[in-house]
Design a protein around this ligand. Structure first.
Ligand SMILES: [Ca+2]
Ligand SMILES: [Ca+2]
Length: 216
């Protein structure tokens, strides 16, 4: 196996271990879960430079009898290791989940590396989402080789952007909010990565176009 191929498989396996649904920590009431997909919706942890991708945030009510995160607001930090700030870009507007979160949509992306005070409030006719619901997504691009990390932290503009559970007794304090942390690896060589999740197991398969070309 070529070294580059081994490296890609290893990165895929690590990505699968780090991705997926988060483990719920004790005493947490709200979970903000992150995912990266291709524009067609395929979950990915590795892409080539200049491949577009989509960053998605989901909000989940962690109570024993979950309903919905009624008001869901947070900050998202995205930064690159080996990438300068301008090499990781947001390429379009914040796209909210209109079905579940049609009200009080907010968020600014003017500061590179920060999606600030982003979130929305659910609607009277929003369907219940006991297993969580997508809050928003943003189209993005990384132009160079490196690792892009995504982390979250509580919104700061209070009381306007408090996190509130439907039927809850008041705002959810910052220490009871849980935030995902994920990485996207940008590799230099043209490659096509297919990631398959099979139950609790994942298989990472990378197909290198260079290899394919050699076989023709
Ligand atoms: Ca903050
Ligand atoms: Ca903020």
């Amino acid at each position: 196996m070529k070294t580059a191929h081994k490296f890609a498989v290893l990165l895929g396996a690590v990505g699968l271990m780090c991705g997926g649904v988060q483990v719920v920590q004790a005493n947490k009431l709200v979970d903000f879960d992150f995912e990266i997909t291709t524009p067609l919706g395929q979950p990915v942890t590795i892409l080539n430079g200049n491949d577009p991708f989509v960053f998605i945030v989901r909000a989940r009510d962690l109570r024993d009898n979950p309903r919905t995160v009624f008001a869901a607001y947070l900050d998202v930090i995205y930064e690159g290791t080996g990438l300068t700030p301008g090499e990781v870009q947001i390429t379009g507007p914040i796209d909210f989940n209109e079905l579940v979160y049609p009200s009080s949509q907010k968020g600014t992306t003017t500061t590179v590396g920060l999606i600030d005070e982003v979130g929305a409030i659910d609607g009277i006719s929003s369907p219940p989402a006991p297993t969580g619901a997508e809050l928003f997504r943003v189209p993005m691009l990384a132009t160079r080789v490196g690792v892009v990390s995504f982390t979250g932290n509580p919104a700061d503009s209070l009381p306007f952007n408090e996190v509130v559970l439907r039927g809850g007794s008041g705002p959810v304090p910052a220490e009871q909010q849980q935030f995902d942390a994920i990485n996207l690896t940008i590799v230099p060589e043209p490659s096509s990565i297919v990631l398959l999740g099979l139950g609790g197991l994942g298989i990472a398969v990378s197909v290198w176009r260079r290899k394919a070309r050699r076989l023709r």
